[in-house]
Design a binder for this molecule. Structure first.
Ligand code: ZN
Length: 73
């Protein structure tokens, strides 16, 4: 499969989506794949289970968030 270098994961969307939209989505996607900081134990152990559901491996809490990534406060 030929992938466009700049678009990475969003290369699956071809026509129909503008370049700016894809780049914005890519940023969100890349951030959501990384481990996030847990709002309960403040450890970087939270992983996304599925859309809107997060799981912390440190304190074993599962929680829902509408966000694509968690804000590190
Ligand atoms: Zn935690």
């Amino acid at each position: 499969m030929v992938r466009t270098r700049k678009l990475k994961s969003t290369a699956r969307f071809r026509a129909g989506f503008g370049k700016t939209v894809k780049e914005r989505l890519r940023k969100v996607e890349e951030k959501s794949k990384k481990r996030q900081k847990c709002p309960y134990c403040k450890k970087l152990a939270v992983k996304k289970v599925s859309k809107g559901i997060w799981y912390c491996r440190a304190c074993k809490k599962k929680f829902a968030s509408r966000n694509y990534y968690l804000e590190n406060k």
